[in-house]
Ligand binder design. Structure first.
Ligand SMILES: [Fe+2]
Length: 252
């Protein structure tokens, strides 16, 4: 499904990883995003050289994935059932700082259901759970760094930040590349969602191009007629064009 633009003779990334560009990423302390006040470092950061274990590990077994792990419409559904909501495909390429696909990376996703409700014991939003939707899945990138999973489009939800703040519809991503230095946690948004530009978390990002890099484009070419629309989201690990690393661990 994914049309790769990557050269067939690419070589895997080895050696030292590119450092993260902290001018491209949002500052850690952004008071309008209330949680950042307590979570941001109080002292200047120290930069350490990559150690061997950061460059070579961790290594995880690729045989741990189940058949439905990349299908959130069905992976928690009862027999003959499926999750409620707009059916979508999310696909793209995982790229290193040179624009070369990263093969064999573990990509995990989690999200709210179509009503904006998470399946989590601390969730308090009044929207109902969908008994056939768990909200998490995973996949491994292919030889050219491509990935694809099926899910339903999550709903926006309110969160206790300001008096009336809502998160835009989003999917959380966690990515393990070839080592700890290639870990990325980020969020994907949907093209055309007016809530993106009102979100206090998104607004911690100073550069509009960086925000646009987090917005998946509707792709009618990859859409499956009478089944699911498709959204394309390419992810860059490290380097100057890195997809932004969010500063909230999980849950929002
Ligand atoms: Fe969230």
């Amino acid at each position: 499904m994914t049309k790769s633009r990557l050269p067939a003779n690419r070589t895997p990334e080895i050696g030292a990883f590119f450092p993260r560009d902290r001018n491209w990423h949002p500052p850690a302390l952004t008071p309008a995003y209330k949680t950042s006040v307590l979570r941001s470092p109080q002292r200047p950061l120290l930069s350490l050289d990559n150690t061997l274990s950061e460059l070579t590990g961790p290594v995880f077994g690729h045989n741990i994935l189940g058949e439905l792990d990349n299908d959130l419409i069905h992976n928690f559904a009862g027999p003959g059932k499926s999750a409620i909501g707009p059916r979508i495909l999310v696909y793209g390429c995982l790229l290193d700082e040179r624009g070369i696909g990263v093969a064999g990376a573990l990509l995990e996703v989690w999200q709210a259901n179509a009503g904006g409700r998470y399946r989590h014991k601390k969730e308090t939003y009044l929207a109902p759970l969908d008994p056939n939707f768990g909200g998490c899945g995973r996949t491994i990138t292919g030889e050219d760094g491509s990935y694809c999973f099926r899910t339903i489009q999550p709903g926006p939800y309110p969160w206790p930040n300001g008096p009336n703040d809502w998160r835009p519809a989003h999917i959380h991503f966690s990515i393990f590349g070839h080592g700890f230095a290639q870990r990325l946690i980020t969020q994907m948004y949907f093209e055309g969602d007016p809530m993106i530009w009102r979100c206090p978390i998104v607004r911690t990002i100073n550069d509009r191009r960086a925000i646009e890099g987090l917005i998946a484009a509707l792709d009618m070419e990859a859409t499956i007629p009478m089944d699911a629309r498709a959204y394309k989201f390419d992810i860059v690990l490290r380097g100057r064009r890195s997809t932004l690393f969010e500063n909230r661990i999980e849950g929002n």
